[in-house]
Design a protein around this ligand. Structure first.
Ligand code: ZN
Ligand code: ZN
Length: 363
């Protein structure tokens, strides 16, 4: 059985547990996960027996290439997606249809209900996303490739960074290099924050130049075509400030301790707590305002979350970022981020850009 069929079989069990006869998958990323099809505008109906992709003629060839053998319902341009959905549902004789409440629009839900008044609609959340938390060998290999592209590109940036470069130029160059190393896209809009700009966890690159401060924060990642990577490093580009060194040391300690605790059976909230306490003990508790990390895979942010309220039990195959930070408005911020695979015995850090204080210093 191919890996997509295996995933659909796992999903069938979840659909069963949700008390439904079928799930209409309307989240395109979930459709990709379950079929291998990478186009848009297509839904997947997974029933107790069999499944069918609902798409249109623009994608017929691509569907044949990416998921040969899968049952297709190709609508013509005269038929709307809603009409196609209604037709497939009627012919499948589904009594209770599960929908993805996090992605289906209210209007689509209402139109389906109007077309099939006797069918019961069951709102579900996270059925496919839960499966996606556990990566198989193939997915892990692709994430490794996304990490490789990102790290190679960063190596070039680190070696060629010039004082007159702007945040925008660094971001563009980083993305250019990732693509030269084989990435299909950037994983997300890169964050390049010089000095005080680094205090914004999601800083958008500006014309500010590297020489305008003594350090720069870079948060970047690659998309190798499907899977993504996500890293953050701080580089010291000017004189070494004792304050920066101290804060860097606290963040690194928080990150190192949290990573050390990652293993199957650990609670996500406990990993978050380890980093948070380390930062709080150093007096910066209020300066770490976001969760410790997130799953990374087909999407840059996906389940599970490492956060104070996350009850998720870590399992082998999960890939999570660990990214504590300390942000001081007006001064700047430090965040260190790596991608970590939960293994059967503990964990493996997939990213390998050096992060010791000495290796952050460029001059
Ligand atoms: Zn990041
Ligand atoms: Zn991240």
């Amino acid at each position: 059985m191919d890996r997509h069929a295996t995933r659909r079989d796992r999903l069938r069990k979840a659909i069963n547990r949700a008390g439904a006869d079928a799930l209409l998958v309307t989240n395109f990323t979930n459709v990709t996960y379950l079929t291998g099809f990478t186009g848009d505008d297509s839904y997947l109906l997974v029933a107790r027996r069999g499944e069918r992709v609902l798409s249109d003629s623009r994608y017929t060839t691509q569907l044949g290439e990416e998921c040969p053998g899968l049952d297709l319902h190709i609508r013509s341009h005269r038929v709307t997606m809603i009409q196609a959905v209604a037709k497939v549902l009627k012919s499948s004789k589904i009594g209770r249809l599960a929908i993805e409440a996090d992605s289906m629009t209210v209007s689509l839900r209402n139109k389906i209900a109007a077309e099939l008044p006797r069918m019961e609609i069951v709102a579900t959340s996270g059925l496919v996303e839960n499966l996606r938390q556990i990566k198989d060998k193939h997915e892990i290999a692709r994430i490794r490739r996304a990490v490789w592209c990102a790290e190679k590109a960063f190596g070039v940036i680190r070696a060629t960074l010039r004082p007159e470069m702007s945040e925008k130029q660094v971001a563009v160059e980083l993305e250019h290099q990732m693509r030269l190393f084989g990435a299909r896209y950037r994983g997300f809009a890169s964050i390049v924050g010089v000095g005080p700009r680094a205090a914004l966890p999601h800083a958008v690159p500006t014309d500010r130049q590297i020489r305008e401060s003594d350090f720069v924060l870079i948060d970047w990642g690659a998309d190798e075509g499907l899977y993504k990577s996500d890293l953050t490093r701080v580089l010291v580009t000017g004189k070494i400030s004792p304050k920066l060194e101290r804060i860097y040391g606290v963040v690194l300690k928080a990150q190192t301790r949290a990573i050390a605790a990652i293993r199957p059976g650990a609670l996500a909230k406990d990993i978050d707590k380890i980093a948070r306490e380390t930062i709080a003990n150093a007096g910066y508790g209020r300066r770490f305002g976001h969760g410790l990390g997130h799953g990374v895979g087909l999407e840059i942010h996906e389940a599970p979350r490492l956060a104070a309220k996350s009850e998720t039990v870590l399992k082998p195959g999960m890939v999570i970022t660990v990214e504590p930070g300390i942000y001081l408005p007006g001064w700047g911020g430090v965040r260190i981020e790596d991608d970590v695979l939960v293994t059967r015995k503990g964990h493996e850090v997939l990213t390998s850009v050096p992060k010791q204080w000495e290796s952050a210093i460029l001059c």
